[in-house]
Design a protein around this ligand. Structure first.
Ligand SMILES: C[S@@+](CC[C@H](N)C(=O)[O-])C[C@H]1O[C@@H](n2cnc3c(N)ncnc32)[C@H](O)[C@@H]1O
Length: 220
């Protein structure tokens, strides 16, 4: 899979690309990530990319020309162009799974007051990562890329994400590690028993209970 990120702040991605699982996924060629500063597609003086809103009001709006030129320069018949915006459909694990089957994602990061609405003629869909407003689309682009990359073949073990929260509609079961007792707080005895059938049964029940207690909406 290839992921192209269109942004005004490419340096924000350096830590994301150079650490841990994402770094290894790139090294193993499970994913190819391209970060493009769409300012270079501006033909205006000083490579200006924004302008004042028609009708007046606070802040600056991203102009269409550099964004549309950047999208056209990187788009192929295999691309899915995603606009990152609080107005988009809310992102979830099922969407991550669907996107992980695409060949090429183009993630378009906004900034300032956001996009000229006519950008919608040039994208396939709009995605929001939640009902709150960030300063830019870079953190949403990282969140979406990260959640998609960990589902790609060869990145992490399939069993790892198959037990994750949301994979089968439930939260993950509670996890514990050494020591078996910490300041009087004990690990459930069944996990120390070595009886794998009992452990599996306990985990199934514990995941269901945890989901009932914390995220009843997932069961509805
Ligand atoms: C300050 S926001 C613009 C907010 C816009 N005026 C509004 O109220 O919808 C700047 C950019 O950050 C990104 N952004 C902010 N919050 C986001 C969210 N929850 N999901 C996805 N992108 C977001 C978008 O790319 C957006 O264009």
């Amino acid at each position: 899979m290839k992921i192209t990120i269109l942004t005004l702040f490419p340096d924000m991605f350096s830590g994301f690309l150079s650490e841990s699982i994402i770094k290894r996924a790139i090294e193993r060629r499970c994913v190819d990530i391209e970060i493009i500063n769409f300012r270079k597609y501006s033909t205006l003086n000083n490579h200006q990319v924004d302008d004042t809103p028609y009708g007046g009001g606070a802040g600056m709006v991203l102009r269409l020309e550099p964004l549309v030129s950047a999208i056209r320069a990187v788009k192929t018949p295999d691309s899915r162009v995603i606009l990152l915006t609080p107005a988009g459909k809310k992102y979830d694990q099922e969407k991550a799974r669907l996107l992980s089957t695409c060949k090429h994602l183009i993630l378009v990061c906004g900034h300032y007051e956001g996009f000229d609405e006519r950008i919608l003629h040039y994208v396939d869909e709009e995605i929001s990562i939640g009902d709150y407003v960030l300063t830019g689309g870079e953190i949403p682009a990282m969140a979406i890329s990260d959640s998609v990359i960990r589902l790609l073949d060869g990145v992490i073990k399939k069993e790892s994400f198959e037990n994750d929260s949301f994979y089968d509609g439930l939260l993950d079961y509670p996890q514990y590690t050494k020591p078996a007792v910490f300041e009087g707080h004990e690990v459930p005895q069944v996990l120390l028993s070595g009886d794998h059938q009992n452990v599996d049964k306990w985990r199934e029940e514990a995941a269901l209970l945890k989901t009932k207690e914390r995220r009843k909406d997932l069961l509805e």
